[in-house]
Design a protein around this ligand. Structure first.
Ligand SMILES: NC(=O)c1ccc[n+]([C@@H]2O[C@H](COP(=O)([O-])OP(=O)(O)OC[C@H]3O[C@@H](n4cnc5c(N)ncnc54)[C@H](OP(=O)(O)O)[C@@H]3O)[C@@H](O)[C@H]2O)c1
Length: 306
């Protein structure tokens, strides 16, 4: 028997009218390209107020215009921050806390193209900082703001079908580490899954819902960081099962806006399907140890800021 989907994709008829009757302030990181950009435009079209985050002022302005065209009835905002730097994440979190008192939806989409992206002045590998550490720090810092909202939701892009192996944070930050782009990306995803499960658990007595979402295979600039062989294989696979970015964004919209998702937290979703977490992710002891190590890295980055 075919397994029932946790999320109807495409959404049932009438969904847009239902979502347009709401107006949540939604922050999307990585909103200047790929799925994040598509999601921001779709959310604006669905009547939401958008706050987009990108590292390029020009790209933020361009997407802000597209978002305004799609959702002309609300006033949308853009923030520029380089998420490879914890000092920038801290600044962004402070600005958000001051300027966005109604922020109730967060989408963590920003990702550096796969591979070693160099060590930042804060002593952290840049790709690791964007893909994982910035998410940890941003959510940690804006949790007090989220606690003030009615039923806030967080969706973090991290594919739960990724094979689980306990990540080693020292290896990921070692400039001589020989992990290839694929294994490095996998490790970043596993960092996010461990962290999201722990955060959802820590916040289970609040109204805040935190879930992980994997969009499946979408041909975006993420593919550029892989070897020629891997790109060929992904291209072949994509021609069979790949989705466009606007289509891939639909289940995430459902997780953010649909009443069906009210109160659902700590779930891992790949496209429309709920995925059971690996047993190691379910271990509180492993998650807490990982949380402690991550906090130490954040402190290291803050100390290195100089
Ligand atoms: N595509 C897939 O098949 C796939 C599969 C599984 C999971 N995912 C996940 O889905 C999410 C979206 O992926 P995508 O394919 O849409 O990626 P993408 O097209 O490469 O877009 C990545 C976004 O992150 C931003 N970004 C990168 N480095 C940054 C930095 N230092 N500071 C701030 N923003 C930064 C990029 O900004 P610029 O516009 O300035 O470059 C861009 O807006 C990611 O989390 C990815 O890991 C994707």
């Amino acid at each position: 028997m075919k397994k029932a989907k946790a999320i109807p994709v495409p959404p049932p008829p009438g969904y847009l009218e239902e979502w347009r009757a709401t107006n949540n302030t939604c922050l999307v990181t990585g909103a200047t390209d790929g799925i994040g950009r598509a999601l921001a435009i779709r959310l604006a079209d669905a009547g939401q107020t958008l706050v987009i985050v990108g590292r390029s002022k020009e790209k933020v302005s361009a997407v802000l215009k597209d978002v305004g065209d799609a959702g002309p009835h609300h006033s949308h905002r853009g923030f520029v921050a380089d998420l490879s730097l914890i000092s920038e994440v801290d600044r962004l979190a402070d600005e958000i806390s001051q300027k966005l008192p109604n922020l109730s939806r967060i989408v963590l989409c920003a990702a550096e193209t796969p591979g070693f992206r160099g060590i930042t002045g804060e002593g952290i590998e840049a790709g690791f900082a964007v893909n994982y550490l910035s998410r940890f720090q941003l959510l940690s810092k804006i949790t007090p703001l989220l606690k003030d909202q009615s039923a806030p939701r967080v969706v973090s892009f991290a594919s739960p079908v990724t094979k689980f192996e306990l990540p080693d944070l020292n290896i990921l930050n070692d400039p001589d580490c020989e992990l290839d782009s694929w294994d490095r990306g996998r490790a970043h995803t596993n960092c996010n899954l461990l962290f999201l499960m722990e955060l959802a658990d820590q916040l289970k007595d609040t109204d805040i819902c935190i879930n992980a979402f994997g969009p499946g295979l979408v041909l975006t600039k993420q593919m550029q960081g892989y070897s020629a062989m891997r790109r060929f294989w992904l291209g072949m696979k994509s021609s069979l099962v790949g989705k466009s970015a606007p289509y891939a964004a639909l289940p995430a919209m459902h997780m953010l806006l649909s009443p069906d998702f009210a109160g659902k937290t700590g779930g891992f979703y790949e496209c429309g399907t709920k995925i059971p977490p690996d047993t190691q992710i379910l271990s509180k002891e492993i998650r807490q140890q990982f949380w402690t190590e991550t906090t130490q890295l954040v402190h290291l980055a803050q100390a290195n800021k100089g």
